[in-house]
Design a protein around this ligand. Structure first.
Ligand code: ATP
Length: 436
């Protein structure tokens, strides 16, 4: 039904009070301005699933920018306006952000049909979305607060664990939805609805993915690679014939065993309390490419416009993993611990889960853990703060200098904090000379 049900109590139960207050406030402001306002998309979906979701996506029947400005005033928050789109972002002091959009107005509407026209603008906004489960909204105005707007039976699909497009040209209109379908299917353990799957297969066969810009592909791919279920999503990309468009000239089957083990390895390393990498997506990106030639890896990095530093990490991981793994195999009898630790320090942190996956046997994994402990224990006494004090601009040189320092410590060459400081000063002086 259209506004059949009220889910106000679900919002109460699922959302933190700060978010609930913003939603109420938005509704009250809309009341005063004579607008209607709704929360739409992912928040409604996740709240109905009983999950928290802090991405507030407001749709306003009226002037979204005006509402955003008022909301910003109420919270003393910044408002970024995008007049050409009728959208705005309200940015709160703690970096918390909400999006506000204006539901498109139909210029050809007859005034006599006003009530219908009003709801049809929301309808239009929701109809442009990807899947029924993402195309629900909840009213926020005071007298209708919590009323669910569900034109496309998204709630039923949610209950039946189904990902369904809103119309048969959806994947043609926007092929990135192919990746999104895979993402939501795997994230929630849903099924892509049979008819939707047929549309998806047809559009893949017609090669629609080749026409999407790499920027837009990357937006979705990065999301996928940062998900807990990334491994299942990558497998699905292969099954559905999507992989070849995303990772050209990379063979899925060669890397499948490592990918399969990656979630466990990531969990293990974080259970050990050790060096959880800052960019989760890079862990998967490295694992995907680890079996490729450097040239193909470089191509894939360039396709997604990875930074120089990120590309270097991928290439370092490619170049170093097999010898590092071989060293761990040979340890402890034939290799010095400091030598091993040094090899590890030369690998990007984002490749550690992959190394752990490749090691396979428990005994080897245990050895890897011991090494990480040794590295941790020999952590230098000085850190980036010291380099900053020396006047260097934060950047890749920090990591490089600190890793070199670490290696020097493993060799037992630096006894005091002063020794460490002298080493770093000297190292950086040489490094900056090199790059001049
Ligand atoms: P997540 O939990 O990953 O943030 P989300 O649904 O919030 O999921 P976003 O990518 O932030 O995902 O998108 C917000 C909303 O915008 C979606 O719920 C969907 O309604 C809509 N949307 C996003 N991308 C598309 C697209 N390519 N086509 C149509 N609608 C889209």
């Amino acid at each position: 039904g259209l506004t059949g049900r009220n889910i106000g109590w679900v919002l109460e139960r699922t959302l933190p009070s700060t978010v609930r207050n913003i939603l109420r406030q938005a509704g009250q402001i809309a009341d005063r301005m004579g607008f209607k306002v709704y929360a739409a998309g992912g928040l409604v979906r996740d709240v109905l699933l009983g999950h928290e979701n802090l991405d507030i996506d407001l749709v306003v029947e009226g002037d979204g920018i005006l509402l955003a400005l008022e909301l910003g005033r109420a919270y003393n928050a910044k408002v970024r306006q995008h007049h050409q789109f009728g959208t705005a972002e309200v940015v709160f002091s703690d970096d918390f952000k909400i999006d506000v959009a204006t539901a498109r107005v139909e210029f050809y509407a007859y005034p006599a049909a006003l009530p219908q026209v009003e709801s049809s603008t929301l309808h239009q906004d929701l109809y442009r979305r990807d899947f029924t489960i993402n195309a629900m909204a909840v009213a926020l105005n005071e007298d209708s607060f919590g009323n669910l707007v569900d034109f496309f039976d998204g709630r039923e699909d949610l209950q039946n664990h189904i990902v369904r497009v809103l119309h048969n040209l959806s994947f043609i209109e926007d092929p990135t939805r192919i990746l999104r379908a895979i993402r939501f299917e795997q994230r929630y353990g849903f099924k892509i609805e049979p008819q939707t799957l047929k549309f998806l297969n047809e559009s893949v066969r017609r090669g629609v993915l080749a026409k999407v810009s790499n920027d837009r592909l990357w937006d979705e791919l990065k999301h996928i690679l940062a998900e807990t279920e990334a491994e299942g999503m990558l497998r699905r990309m292969e099954e559905l014939g999507v992989w070849a468009y995303i990772f050209p000239r990379v063979n899925y089957w060669e890397v499948e065993p490592v990918l399969k083990d990656l979630p466990r390895s990531i969990r293990q390393i974080s259970d050990w309390g050790m060096m959880v990498p800052s960019s989760g997506w890079l862990v998967y990106f490295i694992a995907v490419l680890h079996w490729s030639d450097a040239e193909i890896a470089r191509e894939n990095c360039a396709k997604y416009n990875l930074s120089k530093r990120q590309t270097e990490k991928v290439l370092a991981a490619l170049k170093g993993w097999s010898s590092t793994v071989a060293l761990i195999w040979k340890a402890p009898r034939h290799v010095k611990v400091s030598q091993l630790a040094k090899a590890l320090l030369q690998m990007p942190r984002e490749s550690y889960p992959m190394l752990l996956a490749i090691l396979e046997e428990d005994e080897l994994k245990e050895r890897f853990r011991e090494l990480l402990n040794i590295i941790k224990d020999s952590k230098p006494r000085i850190n980036g703060k010291y380099i900053k004090q020396l006047g260097y601009r934060p950047g890749p040189v920090y990591r490089e200098a600190l890793d070199a320092l670490w290696r020097e410590r493993l060799d037992g060459n630096l006894r005091t904090e002063e020794d460490e400081q002298a080493f770093v000063r000297d190292y950086l002086a040489r490094l900056t000379k090199r790059s001049e």
